[in-house]
Design a protein around this ligand. Structure first.
Ligand code: 2HA
Ligand code: ZN
Length: 270
């Protein structure tokens, strides 16, 4: 067997998580990432018939039965992932009814997956119904997005429109907009179900006064989504208290959408 730390998906996961930490999005044990991997991506690196431990998921994820996921560990710091990947992440397969994670690698100190597993797996299910190629769900705490949820309306159309107006690239990068959940208790099946419901119509879901969820086909796309939304929020937080002299008008946003051939969220422009 080859060394799993040399597997391309593992290298990319470690680089991405390190980059998230370096962006200041993941203080302490903040944030979590799940990456769906195909059996053929891991076959050279681990014996998939050798289950190390069985860990109950606490809910029914039967839509994802038999699928493999690389997921950050509960209580673990993104800061440390690069130095000890096997302690801070785990790779498991979901059993037949999705109620058990069959651990194949990682969580080496006896740990387990993130407390936000419900939000991750339920979001994977929701996004796979929209895009068969979805592989990633990512959660973190970017400061400007968080700050914006204290001072801006949480109404989704208004929140999305403000972000679109802050940088020219926004409507091109997330034409589906940003959905928003009010403050809720995290780590529960309830916030998981609510997040997944919001994921049906957008790849970005803000958790007010907490952080953001992103979903995408790969780690780069998902990181880029959050990076772009966070940049837009940063511009907003720099200018919100100043007299506004100019903006990107709806007619400009329409020209952009047409030029880049993206279908923006219906009804979000005048
Ligand atoms: O586990 O970010 O939402 C750390 C978190 C919880
Ligand atoms: Zn969080």
């Amino acid at each position: 067997m080859k060394d799993i730390l040399t597997a391309p998906f593992m290298v990319e996961m470690i680089r991405t998580i390190t980059n998230m930490y370096n962006h200041g999005w993941d203080e302490r044990n903040g944030g979590n990432v799940s990456l769906m991997v195909n059996e053929n991506e891991i076959a050279e690196y681990i014996d998939v018939s050798n289950t190390l431990r069985e860990i109950p998921t606490g809910f029914n994820a039967s839509d994802l039965a038999g699928k493999y996921f690389l997921v950050t560990g509960t209580g673990k710091y993104f800061k440390n992932v690069q130095y000890d990947p096997a302690k801070n992440m785990g790779l498991f397969r979901l059993n037949g009814d999705g109620t058990t994670a069959e651990l194949l690698w990682g969580y080496s100190d006896g740990g387990k997956f993130t407390s936000e597993l419900p939000a991750h797996l339920m979001s994977h299910t929701a996004r796979l119904k929209v895009n068969l190629n979805n592989r990633v769900v990512m959660h973190c705490h970017p400061a400007n997005l968080l700050a914006m949820t204290y001072v801006h309306s949480l109404e989704e159309r208004e929140f999305t429109r403000t972000l679109w107006q802050m940088c020219t690239e926004c409507i091109v990068v997330f034409p589906d907009g940003v959905n928003v959940l009010p403050w809720m208790l995290c780590g529960t099946n309830e916030i998981g179900a609510a997040t997944a419901e919001k994921m049906k119509t957008a790849r970005l879901v803000v958790w007010a006064q907490h952080g953001i969820y992103g979903a995408g086909a790969d780690l780069d796309e998902t990181f880029g989504l959050i990076e772009t939304a966070e940049k837009a929020s940063e511009i907003y937080m720099k200018i919100a208290h100043l007299p506004m002299k100019n903006t990107i008008k709806d007619e400009d946003l329409k020209v952009l959408a047409e030029a880049f051939k993206v279908e923006y969220r219906k009804g979000y422009l005048e």
